[in-house]
Write a protein that binds this ligand. Structure first.
Ligand code: GLN
Length: 534
């Protein structure tokens, strides 16, 4: 088993997660079995309780773990299916250590960061290797070198490297080489200092991945090599990508990152097979047509909040030889202005998931616009609930129809709390989470899109479609096209008399990959292109 640790220097938001994912792509396509995990130094047990404004999207895994959005990159860039073992936080570590202490497992010893916390971290690195059949484990350490919170993780990986030996372990430091416009040059000092900080802790990175907005010339590479003590060919340039994040593996391949990694870890493999990946990238960069989709949400100014959705749309658009253009519509602003003017240029409308009542009426208006103007609609989780509320109000004639989440006293709770949620008081990890089976009704848009009878999709919600309204809704033209196998939970609804109007209670965006777009997104984009050409 080989272990690669990726740390970050100088600033946050360098795209360490993407670098880890892209290295995963290259190694996997060299025939290696790769698993990627992330260690996050914050004290939240998981990001499930964090505000998307602060932390971006919460990415949900098959087993229901609510994880950091970098795990989305890992799943999209490799074929690996991840589980809750792949995202470790300081919160989890401390919870485990404190529980052991209360049980008396430390036999009266003083419980300390070293060795008790670091041992726990090391045990978790080893756990993945024992339970998953793999050749390489890539571990991304969240945060930036120099953060107080990150120290126990760095100490743990230092100890770990000693235990497994230098041929089995590799440290990659992803760092920033800023371009000073006033001086007109790239600066290496912050990287020198960041590497010095790591070496102080006892970690000497063998590869530097240098994020920069301008190419790094040979002179700068030599300077970095000398001051940071890495061979000059291990100074890897990673420029800001011009078009799409999916260029990153190809860029790193050109810089020979994967061959250096294999050389240092003594892995004998053929060069990576990247043909289909390159083809996908060409499709993203050089489409012959455009597809314009409005995303109506609450966290619209923050791109990371709907990351997987934008990625899934990109995958489906590329598969249809179309370049994606997203119109970001702020649901709250739409609610205040009462105008749907922003939606007019949209060829399709997507309403993502969300919590809380802000912007809800704006989203209902957007669903109304899509239904009335026969514009293709895809509602994800909350977006499905919105579609039901809109239809109940404006077609069934129930003006107060609502979700109990937004109006607990409504006389027409078309969306209501799941039974199992009624007694829940804790917020963390208590929703309906993870993969659930769903059976599709033949002859529907959903069945057509999937081309299958039964599907598995990931959930993250507390509320559901109220079955008491099913008959009335279906009689009026809103069909339940997917349901739990026992028939009790409506998982997909769609409109009978509309070109393509589908809402699903789950999150298909967590299962789309660049070379295997998700069927619902494909169906949606096809319908959007069809609508645009009419
Ligand atoms: N707030 C809704 C619920 O809890 C929808 C959740 C979501 O969109 N993820 O059911």
């Amino acid at each position: 088993m080989k272990y690669i640790f990726i740390t970050g220097g100088v600033v946050s938001s360098l795209g360490k997660g993407l670098t880890a994912a892209a290295l995963g792509t290259l190694l996997e396509r060299r025939g290696l079995r790769v698993v990627i995990q992330k260690f996050d130094p914050y004290l939240n047990v998981d990001p499930g309780t964090m505000n998307p404004f602060q932390h971006g999207e919460v990415y949900v895994l098959e087993d229901g773990a609510e994880t950091d959005l970098d795990l989305g990159h890992y799943e999209r860039f490799t074929s690996g299916k991840l589980s809750r073992k792949n995202n470790l936080t300081s919160g989890q570590i401390y919870a485990t250590v404190l529980e052991k202490e209360r049980k008396g497992e430390y036999l009266g010893k003083t419980v300390q960061v070293i060795p008790h916390v670091t041992d726990e971290i090391k045990a978790r690195i080893g756990l993945l290797g024992r339970e998953d059949a793999c050749d390489v484990i890539i571990t991304e350490i969240g945060g930036t070198t120099g953060d107080i919170e990150g120290l126990p993780f760095l100490e743990a990986i230092r100890q770990f490297s000693l235990e497994v030996g230098p041929k089995n372990c590799l440290f990659i430091h992803v760092t920033l080489i800023p371009f000073l416009h006033a001086a007109g040059e790239l600066k290496t000092k912050p990287t020198q200092q960041s590497v010095a900080k790591l070496r102080e802790i006892g970690i000497a990175p063998q590869i530097l991945v240098c994020r920069a907005e301008k190419p790094i010339n040979h002179e700068i590479r030599q300077k970095l090599s000398m001051f940071c003590n890495v061979p000059v060919d291990a100074v890897i340039e990673e420029l800001d990508v011009a078009h799409t994040i999916y260029e990153v593996p190809l860029m790193l391949q050109k810089e020979k990152l994967d061959s250096i990694v294999c050389r240092l870890l003594e892995l004998e493999t053929p060069p990576p097979a990247m043909e289909d990946w390159s083809k996908f990238v060409r499709q993203v960069i050089f489409p012959t047509r455009k597809v314009r989709v409005a995303v109506v949400g609450k966290y619209i100014e923050l791109k990371d909040a709907y990351k997987s959705i934008y990625e899934s749309l990109t995958h489906a658009a590329a598969a249809n030889d179309a370049g994606l253009e997203v119109i970001h519509v702020d649901a709250e602003a739409m609610e205040e202005s009462g105008s749907a003017a922003n939606l007019a240029p949209a060829q399709g409308i997507l309403i993502p998931g969300g919590f809380g009542d802000r912007g809800i009426e704006g989203k209902v208006a957007a669903a109304s616009f899509a239904r009335n103007n026969r514009v293709p609609y895809l509602g994800l989780c909350l977006g499905m609930q919105i579609a039901v509320i809109e239809f109940a109000r404006n077609v069934l004639g129930l003006p107060d129809a609502n979700s109990k989440e937004f109006d607990p006293g409504t006389q027409n709770p078309v969306i209501t709390l799941l039974k199992e949620q009624e007694s829940v008081t804790h917020k963390g990890a208590t929703m309906r989470l993870g993969s659930c089976p769903c059976r599709l009704r033949a002859g529907t848009r959903a069945a057509e899109a999937y081309g299958r009878e039964e599907i598995l999709e990931r959930h993250r919600h507390r509320y559901e479609f109220n079955p008491a309204y099913r008959e009335a809704l279906e009689a009026a033209g809103m069909i339940v096209s997917g349901a739990s196998p026992d028939g009790t939970l409506a998982e997909i609804v769609e409109l009978r008399d509309h070109p393509w109007f589908v809402g699903c209670q789950f999150h298909p965006e967590f299962q789309s990959k660049p070379t295997a777009p998700h069927p619902l997104f494909l169906g949606f984009i096809r319908a959007v292109l069809q609508h645009a050409s009419e």
